[in-house]
Design a protein around this ligand. Structure first.
Ligand code: NAD
Length: 292
């Protein structure tokens, strides 16, 4: 089987490399960034020349792209060139409405689609334990399960097209709220003068623990704010989650506050930095860094 992979950045890159390592499929990659392509061709993939060329020659085409507009643009190119019977799998984080719209476009061309957003960040995309939440037809899901399992630790079929995005947006809203609360907690601890390593040891083993706490405390302590998950992408995810809440008439008490924190961080020029940079908004306001 020939597998196409379009968008091999922070997340797509390691997921694609795990497909190359763990299966016997021929893999063709395409990205706007030549260095990202090279990191996959070094492992045995071939380099595609365009979205259309990859779509025309592959049986399954993955995308892992930053913004909904990038997905819509690339998906239009795939729909225009893919053979009927091709399977399109979008691993990006998107809105349910966009996933449904793209699915209709694919269906009109005889292309089957799964929306398959992922969670676990770069470390778990790299070690192959990422979680994939899939929306789409059961028969298409069943047929693609072995391929999805080749680069993940947990694959959950959550329902029809759109439901994968619902699961992902709800998960990320929760993760960002946890991260903002963790940032605030760490800043209070810092201002109180507690030994931050001791505080981390306590919380990691106590009721305040979360993967967001562990992540943001390590990033702050090590002063590592280069993006593995860009704040601009986190802001996009939370914006989509708030739009979904609005469409459904669900009031927001907590997430809109976190949205404002992200807006401030972006206004300070941190959009291209890691999403954990929200803690630097507090640090800059107080003139003190969260470091042991
Ligand atoms: P990224 O910016 O690191 O990678 C995206 C890649 O897509 C880049 O290499 C870029 O050059 C390429 N690209 C953009 N437009 C293109 C086009 N038209 N044609 C071909 N290539 C194109 O982003 P990322 O962090 O890998 O995120 C990808 C998706 O995964 C996003 O939707 C994000 O929200 C989601 N996600 C990210 C993380 C994370 O921790 N980084 C975790 C879960 C989900």
């Amino acid at each position: 089987m020939k597998v196409g992979f379009i968008g091999v950045g922070n997340m797509g890159g390691p997921m694609c490399r795990n497909i190359i390592r763990n299966t016997n499929h021929d893999v063709v990659v395409f990205d706007l960034n030549p260095a990202a392509i090279e990191a996959c061709t070094d492992l045995g993939a071939s380099a595609g020349t365009s979205v259309q060329q990859v779509a025309a020659e592959c049986d399954v085409v993955f995308t892992s792209l930053p913004m909904p507009r990038n997905v819509e643009e690339v998906a239009a190119g795939i729909a225009a060139s893919a053979k009927p019977g091709t399977v399109y799998v979008d691993l990006s984080t998107n809105s349910p409405a966009t996933a449904r719209r793209v699915n209709e476009q694919m269906r009109a061309k005889g292309v089957q689609m799964l929306e398959a957003p992922v969670s676990g960040g770069v470390p778990r995309a790299t070690d192959g334990t990422i979680v994939i939440m899939v929306g789409g037809d059961t028969a298409v899901f069943d047929a693609q399960l072995p391929l999805l399992k080749s680069f993940s630790g947990e694959v959950v079929h959550v329902g029809e097209i759109g439901m994968g995005s619902v699961a992902k947006l709800v998960n990320n809203m929760l993760a960002f709220c946890n991260a903002a609360a963790a940032a605030e907690a760490l800043v209070i601890g810092t201002m109180a003068g507690i030994d931050l390593r001791k505080l981390q040891q306590v919380i990691s083993n106590a009721s305040g623990n979360s993967s967001a706490f562990r992540n943001i405390s390590e990033k702050a302590f090590n002063r590592e704010f280069a993006a593995t998950f860009a704040l601009d992408l986190a802001h996009k995810d939370l914006r989509l989650a708030l739009e979904l809440a609005d469409e459904l008439g669900v009031p927001g008490m907590i997430a809109p506050q976190v949205m404002n924190l992200m807006r401030i961080a972006r206004a300070k020029g941190m959009g291209g930095d890691d999403s954990s940079s929200v803690i630097r908004v507090y640090e800059q306001a107080l003139g003190k860094e969260v470091r042991p």
